[in-house]
Design a protein around this ligand. Sequence first.
Ligand code: ATP
Ligand code: MG
Length: 360
Amino acid sequence: MGLFDTFKRDRKTHTTLNQKEDSAPSDAEAPNVLVADETAEFSADAAKDSAPEESAPTGAAESEPVSTETESQEAAESAESEEESAEPGYRPIKTMADKKPVTHVIGQTKIIAIINQKGGVGKSTTAVNLSAALGCNDKQVLLVDLDPQGNATSGLGIDKSQIHRDVYDVLLSDTPVNEAIIPDVCKGLDLLPATINLAGAEVELVNEIARENRLKSEIGQLRGTYDYIFIDCPPSLGLLTINALVAADKLLIPIQCEFYALEGVTKLLDSMKRVKSLLNPTLDIFGVLLTMYDSRTTLSKQVAEEVRRFFGKSVFDTMIPRTVKLSEAPSYGQPITEYDPSGKGGQAYFSLAKEVISRG
Ligand SMILES: Nc1ncnc2c1ncn2[C@@H]1O[C@H](COP(=O)(O)OP(=O)(O)OP(=O)(O)O)[C@@H](O)[C@H]1O
Ligand SMILES: [Mg+2]
């Protein structure tokens, strides 16, 4: 058990991994130490702003309501039908030979990098939950975890210590991409995982031929197999991020509703322009997403206005609210579509998925 495994919780029983199941709380709302602490932290914030979090209206809540009942039922059924071979709390690591047949005709594949070199703005949260919400909307989605932190991988309930081949092997060891993909992690969602091995890639790629094109040539082969391929980028503008900029058709830029929101965005846009002029002429912004929006604070509203002034129509109508459920879900290895589909975080990602589909 690793240092942080105390915090990893079983996604079916919602117990901590070293907690006995028979003494476990029986539903997701039951208190446990970590959840209680997190709730206390957020409640403290809420108290400061003198309004209870759950009663706060959000931009997302204002968006068109989306039916999630069937989606959450389907997601739960598919989770239950999984084999029981994985470590407790983790999903089984399947191979492409086990992949469920795709029943719909795949449209033109869109490759979208979720990018912002600023850390902690909601890239991985968006990568996991938007991908899962699109999967629930009968889209075939591949999520490429391009961050050595592997947050998207663990957030989807994959035990990184059990991964034999990851995105590092695809980029640097000639492993065919299909051998590294874990299929059907959730409904409609496959994952190209990352482990800490990827940390060496920035340095190793420097000496490689066509180093900026590695990811493009690997995931380019998958066009026609998925409706969407999302790339969860690391918080830097190094070679891994450049690989994502070269491989992507479009960029989704999450911006956290806080004071330094637009700091560094100019640098990101400069990098986009340079890659566009030299390596990927059709690269463009797909959308800008306001994350961790707190409608009770004037600051959130001001930041949202400023971002909308700066980016205009590129900004999605949906704003992702700050909610405890979104921060809890990864510790259960579940996207919000499984953990709390009808809460305001779940509704926001379903609403975003609809907007993404409507943007083509
Ligand atoms: N809408 C939200 N409400 C509450 N917490 C959130 C929300 N979105 C993200 N978080 C939390 O904020 C932290 C940072 O989010 P996340 O990991 O998605 O950011 P990131 O941009 O991927 O970070 P990094 O740059 O390190 O990769 C995480 O602890 C996550 O659970
Ligand atoms: Mg991340």
